[in-house]
Design a protein around this ligand. Structure first.
Ligand code: PLP
Length: 385
């Protein structure tokens, strides 16, 4: 057999210095995400890949769809998980819902509202915005007045704003949108698996989420869903979806009965997501929501005992993500660094307008446990005093 050699040895790039096998430090991830994955999810993921058209894999896709519908409380047939993080699923909903020239109303009350604006503009939407201060939510009256004024084709809003820690109440909004012939698009990235969501009851038309927060899975696979009303708009499009990879009409041929190859699916991440959703269903949604609320309430009490305050009033506070005010004279970044170096604990800093003013503490999925609250409060007390 001929020896294979570089044709031009002098132009050859030398291999990098040899590395040891990978070791990943153990961290307690109590920031805005990712959160620690459930060890059972990591075990499920850590198996050989199979083909994305293998009958066993296709059956797994059906199971994932069924479990996602339960988790979101929707019967939408079009409920898929795409390769990529939450932003990919966000882009899937925007790309499929928006045609160039469509008016899209974005209700902005934090960083991720701005991301929705950016994405909708990139897909040619005529974007109009309404705003609330970072740390507050919109009332139904404000949102309905904006629907009256702007008559959008789509209203986009974040259910759980990770930059502020606010839970946006959604009751009544879907009905108002339907009356205005408008689709309701909701970001559930920091709420799915930790905060009550009832997509069908709330008449939400498009929603997306991620795997690495309330679902206790690894990052890299993200669900999105479209109601029959949203699918009808997709089917009426005059122009094809401007994103080939995330085009739901193409994805439907792979996820639906036709099973036509579209892309190589993230097989191992599908194992992980199936296990994460299986464990969630085993726990039960109500028990899980209750666990998140109890752990968060315990944390808020502990913060008060340390003399620390929360940025958001309690009735609108997310159980999954708390914004804690940085006391005067404290360097927020230095505290975060010390928590990491001394305790292996990751917390998040403030984002955008709240930069330097809050820490963002996530208690999501597998990490929503009182023992982790005790560990964090003890570390915080030591670092701050
Ligand atoms: N939307 C919200 C509310 C988020 O918190 C995030 C990420 O934290 C995203 C969207 C984007 O998700 P990802 O970072 O997984 O792409």
């Amino acid at each position: 057999m001929a020896t294979i050699l570089f044709p031009n040895p002098s132009a050859r790039l030398a291999p990098p210095a040899p590395l040891p096998p990978l070791t990943v430090p153990e961290r307690l991830l109590l920031g805005p995400g990712p959160s620690n994955a459930d060890p059972r999810v990591i075990a499920a993921m850590n198996q050989q890949p199979i083909g994305h058209l293998d009958a066993a894999y296709l059956a797994m896709m059906d199971e994932v769809q069924e479990l996602l519908r339960y988790t979101w409380q929707t019967s939408n047939p079009l409920t898929y998980a795409v390769a990529g993080t939450g932003s990919a699923a966000m882009e899937a909903t925007i790309a499929n819902a928006v045609e160039p020239g469509d008016r899209v109303l974005v209700a902005v009350k934090g960083y991720f509202g701005h991301r929705l604006v950016d994405m909708a503009q990139r897909y040619g939407a005529d974007v109009v915005t309404i705003h609330r201060p970072w740390g507050e939510a919109f009332t139904l009256e404000e949102l309905t007045a904006a629907l009256d004024e702007h008559r959008p084709a789509v209203l986009a809003i974040v259910h759980a704003e990770t930059s502020t820690g606010v839970r946006q109440p959604l009751e009544g909004l879907g009905a108002a949108c339907a009356e205005h012939d408008c689709l309701l698009l909701v970001d559930t990235v920091t709420s799915l698996g930790g905060v009550p969501i009832f997509l069908d009851e709330w008449q939400v038309d498009l929603a997306y989420s991620c795997s690495q927060k309330g679902l206790s899975c690894a990052p890299g696979i993200s669900p999105f869903t479209m109601s029959p009303r949203a699918v009808a708009k997709l089917e009426r499009r005059r122009q094809p979806v401007a994103n080939w990879y995330l085009d739901a009409a193409l994805l439907r041929k792979y996820w639906g009965p036709e099973r036509v190859y579209h892309h190589t699916a993230p097989v191992n991440l599908t194992y992980a997501l199936r296990e994460a959703l299986r464990l969630l269903a085993e726990e039960g949604l109500e028990t899980r929501w209750q666990r998140h609320q109890q752990t968060a309430t315990y944390f808020w009490q502990g913060l008060a005992d340390l003399g620390l305050t929360c940025h958001v009033e309690e009735s609108l506070r997310l159980p999954t993500l708390t914004t804690v005010r940085v006391p005067d004279g404290i360097d927020a970044k230095a505290v975060g660094r010390q928590l990491m170096t001394d305790y292996n604990i990751e917390v998040g800093g403030g984002l955008g307008e709240l930069g330097g003013r809050v820490w963002r503490i996530g208690l999501m999925g597998y990490n929503s446990q009182p023992e982790h609250v005790d560990t964090l409060l003890h570390a915080l007390e030591t670092v701050l005093h």
